[in-house]
Design a protein around this ligand. Structure first.
Ligand code: B12
Length: 375
């Protein structure tokens, strides 16, 4: 079959498999290698050390395996029409839209693997490798080349009708395929809304994100203690952040229907920050089964919940934060102390003084002492 017909066939199979859009990117070295290496050099990847590794594949995907020649790139919409964008404040933290339903890593990977099976059955000479998120590849650049979107100034890939509420994945193939999917022209024009709206200055320049200042990075990827500055930075975000996407004019009304699996899960939508702080491991396993929020682990979510309660300033949270001062995880105790310091008042102070007397972990003691000074 000619390279063009084959490319069209694979794209149509991807859509049949349930992906919203697909295109073909012939493999070649990255056009943005210099920008990527400069980003690493500036340390704007924060503690995401894995991005420093496997550059020969990331910057030239032909090195992924012998004969790798093309990528079948796919997009999957995740913002379901009618989903409540902002939970009411008080005792609820915000969860990025992508993380309210099932884990896209699992559901998209299953679709990609079925698609890869179909390709290999029809073309036994085909070698395939499927990735969603976790491969050593610059997925946005490949998808841009496959006509799935174009880079926005917030670094997200944008589509004129679908905005940026979509995930990316791809199957790398040893088949020579013609490019399929016309490149989408630059869409931002003179707009700089995302750069201005980011409350933490994580977008210091167009097409450049500094993870050290990104709420999404701190709430999802950072393990252990949050530095003092990051605690106030995360505001009311429990997991992830959508601010740079919410303000994008292309996302205004861009509610392309999403697969049902990404609808908010009732088991989690009802959990208040207080519920989360006191969730047992068994209940966590049950409520977060199949959720992308598991990436932060239970103690990470509880750490974030304590911090958000401190940032929300709702004094009704004092009792639950007091109980969290005896939490088995030191990171949760330390952040609960910080939150009590933020909420202030004599009840918080007394609890902190009592906790200090009983606490033996040096790091938690530091947090309690600082909180006592702050109350
Ligand atoms: C590390 C990572 C993060 C990090 C760092 C983000 C970042 N911008 O790099 C953190 C944890 C902060 C993060 C957050 C989010 N992420 Co993320 N993340 C990734 C991951 C694993 C690697 C990204 C990477 O390589 N970054 C390095 C930077 C330098 O590369 P880049 O983002 O591709 O940027 C390119 C441009 O900057 C371009 N460029 C440079 N200069 C110039 C100049 C011009 C003019 C142009 C046009 C381009 C350009 O070159 C770079 C290299 O290709 C990818 C999956 C993957 N393997 O690609 C998902 C991915 C990018 N993330 C995704 C998502 C959904 C998110 C969040 C929306 C989640 C959330 N709601 O909290 C946020 C969005 C934050 C943001 N504005 O980027 C999706 C994006 C889908 C889309 N429509 O774009 C991806 C593709 C995962 C997936 N499979 O769907 N993420």
């Amino acid at each position: 079959m000619a390279a063009t017909d084959l490319a069209r066939t694979l794209v149509s199979w991807a859509v049949e498999e349930g992906f919203d859009r697909a295109g073909i990117a012939p493999l070649r070295p990255s056009d943005y290698a210099e920008a990527f290496l400069a980003w690493l050099e500036r340390g704007e990847h924060a503690n995401l050390g894995y991005l420093e590794r496997r550059s020969e594949e990331r910057l030239d995907p032909r090195n992924l395996f012998e004969g790798a020649a093309s990528a079948l790139c796919v997009a999957q919409q995740y913002h379901p029409a009618g989903a409540d964008p902002d939970p009411p404040d008080g005792m609820l933290g915000k969860v990025a839209r992508y993380a309210r339903g099932s884990d896209y890593h699992d559901t998209m990977k299953a679709r990609l693997l079925r698609l890869a099976d179909r390709i290999r059955e029809a073309y036994p000479e085909a070698l395939t490798r499927a990735y969603v998120d976790t491969g050593p590849v610059l997925e946005r650049e490949l998808a841009a080349r496959a006509g799935i979107g174009s880079f926005g100034k917030n670094t997200n890939l944008l589509h004129p009708e679908a905005g940026s509420w979509f995930f990316l994945g791809e199957i790398f193939l040893n088949l020579e395929l013609a490019p399929e999917g016309a490149a989408i022209a630059e869409l931002c024009g003179s707009c700089t809304r995302c750069l201005e709206a980011c409350p933490t200055g994580a977008l210091p320049a167009p097409y450049r994100l500094d993870a050290n200042r990104c709420i999404s990075y701190w709430t999802i990827e950072h393990r252990g203690w949050l530095p003092e500055e990051a605690r106030s930075m995360i505001g009311d975000w429990l997991f992830g952040c959508d601010i740079c996407q919410e303000v994008c004019p292309l996302n205004d009304g861009a509610y392309v229907p999403a697969a049902a699996e990404f609808a908010p899960d009732d088991r989690r939508a009802a959990l208040t920050l207080a519920d989360l702080l006191e969730l047992s491991r068994d209940d966590y396993v049950e409520a977060f089964r199949g959720s992308p929020m598991k990436r932060a682990k239970l103690e990470g979510l509880q750490r974030n919940a304590a911090v958000v309660l401190g940032n929300l300033g709702n004094r009704e949270a004092i009792p639950v934060l007091k109980r969290a001062l005896t939490h088995p995880e030191s990171v949760v105790r330390g952040h609960a102390a910080w939150a009590l310091g933020r909420l202030g008042g004599p009840e918080s102070k007394l609890a902190l003084v009592e906790a200090l007397a009983a606490e033996s972990d040096g790091r938690v003691r530091c947090d309690i002492e600082a909180a006592i000074v702050a109350v």
